[in-house]
Design a protein. Structure first.
Length: 277
């Protein structure tokens, strides 16, 4: 589980390479590129971003109850007309609320879907690492989520959850970028067969002027954002960059027709997260 084993049917734009897929087990294939909609306003902003992403070849959309834009994501998916089986939709359970069995039904109603492809615990509660996981396992068994996972779990919490689980999480979604590189967690996930997924892979834009990133981008005639996303993908990490701008959404998809050299990967790995940009 967790290896890149194929390509999506739809490329990110005419003539562009197809988006690789990650195997989550049990036939569930996750595109390594998705659109995140955190901090996008419900209504037109979210709907337009999802519509533009679908036009650019994205088939993976990531939302959450906490984002308050699930209805807008659902509306855009319906308007896009892409067959459901070609889409990969993630949402997340807010652990401060009632039990997951009730909340998944509410999320599906807002999304207008019969199931999601991935359902995540949005963050762990202190001292309650496994809260909700038994219910998550039941949700998957009922077919309401094809795969289940977690978000914001570090090495210790993830190991604790796996140790007591009947089914291990398929995904751990965490903050991951050259300025926030949890190398030990990445190695742990590889050993455990858990796919690591990056939110804020572009650091909300604050890393795009970093001299190491800019230098590599200039040499490759790519944008700094494309370099950062490509770095994560070459670490076998799924990326869900967020943008509300059409040109940025399209640009972020064009990362599968080039590679970073080993020395470029190493330079990005060594970026000091405390350095000024």
């Amino acid at each position: 589980m967790g290896e890149a084993v194929g390509e999506a049917a739809e490329p990110p734009g005419a003539g562009a390479p197809a988006v690789p897929l990650r195997d989550l087990g049990d036939g569930v294939m996750m595109p390594v590129l998705g659109l995140g909609v955190w901090q996008l306003s419900a209504g037109r902003e979210t709907e337009q971003a999802v519509e533009w992403a679908l036009e650019a070849g994205y088939r993976h959309i990531d939302t959450a109850t906490f984002y308050r834009n699930e209805r807008s994501v659902g509306a855009a998916l319906r308007a896009g007309g892409i067959p459901r089986e070609q889409l990969f939709v993630t949402t997340k359970w807010l652990p401060l609320r009632r039990d997951p069995a009730a909340e998944i039904g509410r999320s599906l109603e807002r999304l207008g879907l019969d199931y999601v492809d991935l359902y995540l615990i949005h963050w762990p509660l202190p001292g309650r690492t496994g809260r909700g996981w038994r219910a998550f396992e039941a949700i998957r068994e009922r077919g309401l989520a094809r795969a289940i996972g977690v978000s914001n779990y570090g090495e210790e919490r993830l190991a604790g959850l796996i140790a007591g689980a009947r089914r291990s999480p398929a995904v751990d979604q965490v903050h991951f970028s050259p300025l926030h590189f949890p190398a030990a967690l990445l190695a742990s996930c590889r050993r455990s067969g858990v796919v690591l997924e990056a939110y804020s892979p572009l650091e909300r834009g604050r890393a795009l002027a970093h001299p190491v990133i800019v230098g590599i981008a200039r040499r490759l005639e790519r944008s700094p954002a494309q370099v950062m996303l490509r770095w994560a993908v070459q670490h076998d990490v799924v990326v869900i960059p967020k943008s509300a701008r059409r040109e940025r959404i399209a640009e972020n998809a064009r990362i599968f027709d080039f590679e970073l050299a080993p020395e470029e990967m190493a330079a990005l790995d060594r970026i000091d997260p405390g350095a000024a940009v």
